[in-house]
Design a protein around this ligand. Structure first.
Ligand code: RUB
Length: 286
């Protein structure tokens, strides 16, 4: 396949969520960027940035590509994940119940790593309508020998609290699409999980690569309502927001390659880093 065709295919796969999750999207965009050299080709750069608007890691990675090139930028993904794995291993207690939502590679990889290192725990997760990313999570964890129980999104309270035969969750681990000054953005449903976890006194940890940080305003993607109801009767309005903000007050710690840090410590640490200086990209604020 010629580079242009490959670029278009990756772009389409990102838009259609065949490639999903902040990290996979950023990785794929980095590769696509290398195919069309988007450090000079502004049109390709814009197309990638606008493919999923709630993904600052994608923007940060394209910015890094300009300075570091493809291989060095790519190397960051594994470097950060390895660090995160070691930290998550530390906080997981044997025989615990871990709750997660949607499909986060930062979370899943660290759980699989902990399992490989001999930690025994089980995972409760949600199906994550309308696109059911939770099923992918359940399959990947099960394949790695982790006991998984999947719940309907509307059964989150039952999954978190000891109710109707469930165990109380010990911790909640959520990924992030964006880490902002005021809180993180993650898959819709995460806000309800954060509030319920706080109500039940279950600590919520965000497991996320620090390259998801942005000092910009990040728009929340609203997707086509047909994803939620394909043949919706006329005159019924369906909303399909893909993400939502979780205020920092609900977050116990952020686990990134920078350490296990309180929200404010994370922000202080990140402030001095070059990559996080405001990145000027046309159309980013649309
Ligand atoms: C995926 C999602 C994930 C974050 C983090 O949403 O919300 O929790 O992107 O993922 P979608 P990762 O399926 O709409 O892209 O840890 O893999 O970066």
């Amino acid at each position: 396949m010629k580079n242009k065709k490959r670029f278009d295919k990756i772009l389409e796969d990102i838009k259609k969520i065949k490639i999903q999750g902040a990290r996979n999207i950023a990785k794929a965009a980095l590769y696509a960027c290398s195919l069309s050299d988007c450090s000079v080709n502004q049109d390709s750069r814009k197309k990638l940035i606008n493919a999923r608007v709630t993904e600052p890691m994608l923007v940060n990675v394209l910015h890094k590509y300009k300075n570091l090139g493809y291989k060095k930028t790519l190397a960051h993904f594994d470097y950060a994940q390895e660090k995160i794995n070691l930290l998550v291993l530390k906080i997981i207690k044997n025989n615990s119940v871990i709750f997660t939502h949607c499909h986060s590679t930062n979370v899943i990889s660290s759980l699989i790593y902990s399992r490989k290192k001999g930690k025994k725990f089980e995972v409760y997760n949600t199906e994550t309508r309308p696109l059911f990313q939770g099923r992918m999570t359940a399959r990947e964890l099960e394949k790695a020998g982790i006991k998984v129980t999947m719940f309907l999104d509307s059964a989150i309270d039952i999954a978190l609290e000891k109710k109707q035969g469930t165990r109380k969750a010990d911790i909640v681990l959520l990924g992030a699409d964006a880490i902002l000054k005021e809180g993180i953005i993650n898959k819709v449903g995460s806000g309800m999980i954060a509030e319920l976890a706080s109500f039940h006194k279950i600590p919520l940890y965000i497991v996320a690569d620090s390259w998801k940080y942005s000092s910009h305003h990040i728009p929340i993607e609203e997707r086509d309502f047909h994803e939620a109801w394909a043949r919706v009767p006329r005159h019924i309005r369906v909303r399909n927001p893909a993400f939502e903000l979780i205020e920092k007050k609900y977050i116990k710690k952020i686990i990134s390659e920078l350490g296990i840090l309180s929200y404010d410590k994370f922000l202080r640490k990140i402030k001095n880093r070059k990559i996080y200086k405001p990145i000027r990209v046309h159309s980013y604020h649309k």
